[in-house]
Ligand binder design. Structure first.
Ligand code: DAT
Ligand code: MG
Length: 154
């Protein structure tokens, strides 16, 4: 990976899948220039949800968040790109749909606080931990893409 290349874990939450926004949301990340290294539809177990959201344990919204995230399938994405973590967070928008700016995923498609369509890692440390939680080694592929050079930092 180049100097400023990063990887991040994105989850299309159960509301995104139920509301048929998978293609639209994956397309936004893809068109921005992020490279899909891993992608799968999966059901999150209570144990995985607890590990993933461990930092929020004890918060008033925690139980509802785990119930929501385990209620229906999600799509997990491993994305790579120049400054991928902050770029993806910008594409996602503010946490609550009612605050998120139009033009962002949350700002365009949701109005709820809890049902906010997407998760994105918020630091390199979180990304490394989360990618390992959601993907096994063989599920994240390294490959050349024809437009890689156009999405480089230079
Ligand atoms: P983000 O997903 O933007 O990183 P976060 O990590 O602070 O936000 O919170 C994780 C998720 O928990 C968030 O996507 C939605 C839910 N959540 C956070 N605060 C909440 C609240 N006050 N009420 C309901 N849900 C909340
Ligand atoms: Mg977060």
């Amino acid at each position: 990976m180049g100097e400023h290349m990063e990887r991040t874990l994105i989850l299309l939450k159960p509301d995104a899948v139920q509301r048929s926004y998978v293609g639209e949301i994956v397309g936004r990340f893809e068109r921005k220039g992020l490279k899909i290294l891993g992608m799968k539809l999966m059901q999150i177990s209570p144990e995985l949800a607890a590990e993933h959201y461990g930092a929020h344990k004890g918060r008033p919204f925690y139980d509802g968040l785990v119930r929501f995230m385990t209620s229906k399938p999600v799509v997990a994405l491993a994305l790579e790109g120049h400054q991928a973590i902050s770029v993806c967070r910008k594409l996602m928008g503010a946490t609550f749909g009612c605050d998120a700016e139009p033009g962002t995923i949350r700002g365009d498609f949701g109005i709820s606080n809890g049902f906010n369509l997407v998760h994105g890692s918020d630091s390199p440390e979180a990304a490394a931990k989360e990618l390992e939680l959601f993907f096994s080694a063989g599920e994240v592929l390294e490959y050349d893409r024809i437009d890689d050079s156009w999405n480089a930092a230079e």
